[in-house]
Ligand binder design. Structure first.
Ligand code: PLP
Length: 370
């Protein structure tokens, strides 16, 4: 064995071509790049809660004793989540964001070389994690209205398909899976993972279906409705043997104490969150109506806390850039041909809506759309 101490360690060759996950750039960094005052920014690019952290949650976090480790069995938090979603505690596993639950589910149920099926356009994390774990990702295009194309999905399912993973409502398109679509997918016998990161904005969940469907898994998060994206707390509701396996293969302390305390406090203040959710659904309705009246942008229907919008003339990148100049950061997806003519706008607070509309009009004018 040659002893070479002069170069960095050799990297695993099969990982050298791994494309990175494309995440949103931090506000401070975009603002500095564009010379914009960060306090004047409307950050509407990551479907976060624009009300920020609830004061009671902030207070609970401030008081915890961070000298001790969090509970590796997540007993209190799992019990509180079980009560929140109406599922047995044995089925709940908590992770560092639902991203960790997606990864754990893939690791537990899909062997390298097996296939995972999803419908495009959709959340980019599935592609990233499938690549990292050397799984084959089968992408089936959605229909024109972004609903599932079951006629295209069903023939793509083979003996090698270990999992179907779909967000409902879907990010970035905003539409939800119908009951008939889920029935058809479950009838194939393939395990279906529903990523319900935006369930609270839709107002219902497929978790009750798990009673009759042992091959259904539902993933949820505190990142969106509970304003805790930075704390990284998500959870899965899984068939018991799968939950057991996930608990055995996960890092015991991946949910840190801040996350545990913050999520528990959030679950004690659901009335406050319901009031916020009502306001955000109102903003979604009002923004959608205002944009539908214009000649230059057309929102798709959405059940999430965001609107995917078609830019007339087709140049989503130009409007995205002009909005950034106005201090409005939205999401533009360069990686899917159907999204190149769109931008995705996360819902602001109601008091921010007039500013958003004003800056949208100014950006549209700057792009020559009006
Ligand atoms: C569909 C979907 N699933 C999961 C996530 C990630 O959530 P978390 O912050 O809980 O990892 C997101 C975040 O954008 C999402 O859109």
């Amino acid at each position: 064995m040659p002893l070479d101490r002069s170069t960095p360690p050799p990297l695993r060759p099969d990982l050298l071509d791994l494309p990175p996950y494309v995440a949103v750039e931090p506000v401070d960094s975009i603002a500095a790049r564009l010379g914009i005052d960060p306090t004047d920014v409307l950050k509407l690019d990551a479907n976060e809660n624009p009300f920020g952290v609830l004061p009671a949650v902030r207070e609970a976090i401030a008081q915890a004793n961070y000298a001790v480790y969090p509970d590796p069995a997540q007993a209190r938090l799992r019990r509180a989540i079980a009560a929140y979603v109406g599922a047995p505690v044995e089925r709940i596993v908590v992770g560092a964001g639902s991203d960790e639950l997606i990864e754990l589910t893939l690791r537990a149920l899909v062997a390298p070389g097996q296939h995972v099926l999803t419908c495009s356009p959709t959340f980019g994390m599935y592609r990233f994690l499938a690549d990292v774990h050397r799984l084959e990702l089968d992408l089936v295009e959605r229909r024109e209205d972004f609903s599932l194309d079951l006629d295209a999905v069903l023939p793509r399912i083979t003996d090698d398909t270990a999992l179907i993973v779909l967000p409902t409502p879907n990010n970035p398109t905003g539409n939800a899976l119908s009951e008939a679509e889920l029935e058809a997918l479950l009838a194939t016998g393939v395990t279906v993972v529903l990523d319900e990161a935006y369930a609270e904005f839709k107002g219902d969940s497929f978790i009750p279906w798990m009673e009759d469907h042992p091959r259904l898994i539902v993933l949820r998060t505190f990142s969106k409705w509970a304003g805790l994206a930075g704390l990284r707390v998500g959870f899965g509701v899984l068939p018991e043997p799968v939950a057991d396996l996930l608990l055995r293969i996960k890092q015991p302390y991946s949910v840190n104490l801040t996350g545990e305390v913050g999520a528990l406090a959030a679950l004690e203040h659901l009335d406050d969150y319901h009031a916020q959710l009502d306001l955000l659904r109102g903003v979604r309705r009002d923004l959608s109506a205002a944009l539908a009246e214009t000649s230059w942008i057309r929102p798709y229907p959405s059940e999430g806390n965001f609107l995917l919008c078609e830019v007339e003339g087709g140049d989503g990148a130009a409007l995205y850039g002009a909005l950034a100049q106005q201090g409005v950061f939205v999401r533009f997806f360069a990686d899917h041909p159907r999204l190149s003519s769109t931008i995705r706008i996360s819902m602001p607070r109601p008091d921010q809506l007039p500013t958003l509309l004003e800056r949208l009009r100014a950006a549209a004018a700057a792009c020559g759309l009006v």
